[in-house]
Write a protein of this length. Structure first.
Length: 551
């Protein structure tokens, strides 16, 4: 496949961007039909692109680029289990993890859904034991606290979803408190161990390779803490640890009972793994019925990706709007702005999903790209971000594309009428701010007619900052599954058009390797030569009085 920037479709878009460069969103939005032309629904999600700097000429030109890059064939290859992860020569089958129980997907002569459903069933058995208070520690007390030890996708996905869906905890289960520790410095784990009872604490070691030093270091510390308080190391390992990995032999070597091991597969990327048994904390939070609803929502979006034409395909539309901004309008930054406190960890989750997937500078064929790929993603809860970095969005010098995300309905389950009234009023206020901020980013001063009078320059709002708005009917396991799968597929669509591989992450490996020799230097056990800067910093770290005599 040639680089997309060499195609006539890419050149046509460059010409279109040059022709439309002076267009302002305040002029585009004068078209009363614009909202109908640039908004779409699928399932519980509604996508509005009317605040993007798109015209009726732009999208058809983007669809031509997508088809020239054989996007429809790429989607089919993804969903059929073709080995599209070319650098690791394997498929990317995270979509298979959310297939219905009776579905079949044959890959290299094997119906992979049989193993997937068996893994889910084993996870369901462990969840049931914990929910019924039947899992006991070595002293016979039921487990009350579960600590997930993982990093990257083994942490961000489960953490994000358990926080988002905390209110979906079944009422008929034993009290169970979930905690997460990911940092290799041990600060999170140290904080939690001060508050936990070793007799009633269970640890989940979540690591695809079961060799991630961050996670295994935390696991070793957790084991020491348990043995120090409870003794009986063999029983501690059996009763207080669950392992989740693609490497059963490594879990066994560490000492985890095979009955307490959950396994998944090398074709599950870490940042796509919450749908597998890596999602055990999610199932512990919302029950297996809730977890299966999450999977079903994601599968619904998979079906939409496969069946909807490009012109009404939500992941494709969201991806193409991003490509227009990144490659033709020159925007290198994107903000994720959820207006619901339950989605607190969504920006961090999407930052990993997008930047680890598409932060690439070589094509599938190993050629250097001559165009931008993934933007820098960051974000925060919208109401908090308004008091932090919206100043830059409205009056700074950077062009930033924004995604506004919010549920339409909330708090309807509150029984007390007065409490429901107050909480729904707060949600209404958040929703109003969501719509108002995206409107102001679009229109600038034109959003308020009397702002056009003469005034000081520091009061000027330029507008013309593009944004997408994603509304959910309400936040449920199913709708969250649809939302997360939407972003997964957006990433894949953009990667397919850019000709890059979104399913590897070689860029994270070398730094971790170098850190091993650097740690040896901190132990004084290596004579390896470092650069002058690192040597100076090592000397400071090894000094008994590190900052004495420094400038």
């Amino acid at each position: 496949m040639s680089r997309p920037s060499w195609t006539p479709e890419w050149k046509a878009l460059e010409d279109l961007a040059q022709q439309q460069g002076a267009l302002h969103l305040k002029d585009l939005c004068l078209d009363r039909q614009r909202f109908d032309l640039f908004s779409w629904r699928s399932g519980a999600l509604f996508l509005d692109l009317s605040k993007q700097r798109l015209t009726q000429e732009t999208l058809p030109a983007l669809f031509k680029l997508a088809r020239a890059q054989k996007l429809e064939q790429a989607i089919q290859a993804l969903l059929s289990g073709a080995p599209i992860n070319t650098s690791e020569q394997r498929p990317a089958l995270h979509t298979a993890l959310r297939l219905p129980a009776d579905a079949e997907l044959w890959v290299e002569g094997e119906n992979v859904n049989l193993a997937i459903q068996a893994s889910l069933e084993k996870m369901a058995q462990l969840v049931e034991r914990l929910h019924q208070g039947q899992w006991r520690g070595v002293t016979g007390h039921p487990i009350t606290d579960v600590v997930n030890l993982g990093v990257g996708g083994s942490d961000l996905g489960p953490l994000m979803v358990t926080h988002a869906l905390a209110e979906w905890r079944p009422e008929d289960i034993a009290p169970l408190h979930l905690h997460f520790a990911s940092t290799m410095d041990g600060s999170q784990l140290a904080e939690r161990l001060q508050l936990l009872n070793p007799e009633t604490t269970l640890f989940i070691i979540s690591s695809k390779s079961f060799s991630t030093i961050d996670t295994l270091t935390n696991a070793a510390t957790a084991k020491h803490w348990l043995v120090q308080h409870l003794g009986q190391e063999a029983l501690v390992l059996k009763q207080h640890f669950i392992g989740v990995s693609a490497k059963a032999e490594k879990m066994s070597a560490w000492g985890i009972d095979p009955q307490h091991q959950l396994t998944f597969w090398d074709w599950v990327g870490g940042r796509y793994s919450l749908w597998s048994c890596i999602g055990l904390p999610i199932a512990l939070q919302i029950g297996m019925a809730g977890f299966r609803a999450l999977l079903a929502g994601a599968h619904q979006m998979d079906q939409h990706l496969a069946q909807a034409p490009l012109e009404s395909n939500l992941p494709v539309l969201l991806a193409l709007a991003g490509i227009w901004n990144i490659n033709f309008l020159g925007m290198s930054a994107q903000a994720i702005l959820p207006y619901d406190g339950r989605l607190k960890y969504l920006p961090a989750y999407l930052s990993q999903l997008e930047m680890e997937s598409n932060g690439k500078s070589t094509t599938q064929e190993g050629e250097l790209v001559d165009y931008a790929t993934c933007p820098i993603l960051w974000g925060e809860l919208g109401p908090n971000a308004q008091h932090a970095f919206y100043q830059l969005l409205h009056q700074g010098t950077e062009a930033v594309q924004c995604d506004f995300i919010a549920p339409i309905r909330r708090y309807e389950q509150i029984r007390d009428p007065q409490a429901r009234h107050y909480f729904q009023g707060q949600h209404r206020l958040a929703l109003a701010n969501c719509l108002a901020q995206s409107r102001l980013l679009m229109l600038g001063d034109a959003a308020v007619p009397d702002q056009h009078t003469q005034r000081d320059a520091h009061l000027f709002y330029r507008g013309n900052q593009p944004s997408s708005t994603l509304l959910l009917d309400e936040l449920t396991p199913s709708s969250l599954g649809q939302l997360l799968a939407l972003y997964e597929h957006k990433v894949f669509v953009q990667a397919s058009i850019w000709g890059i591989n979104p399913f590897d992450q070689w860029g994270v490996e070398l730094g971790k390797k170098i850190a091993l020799s650097t740690e040896q230097a901190l132990l004084g056990q290596t004579q390896m030569a470092f650069d002058p800067s690192t040597e100076g910093l090592l000397a400071l770290c090894l000094s008994s009085d590190p900052l004495q005599g420094t400038h």
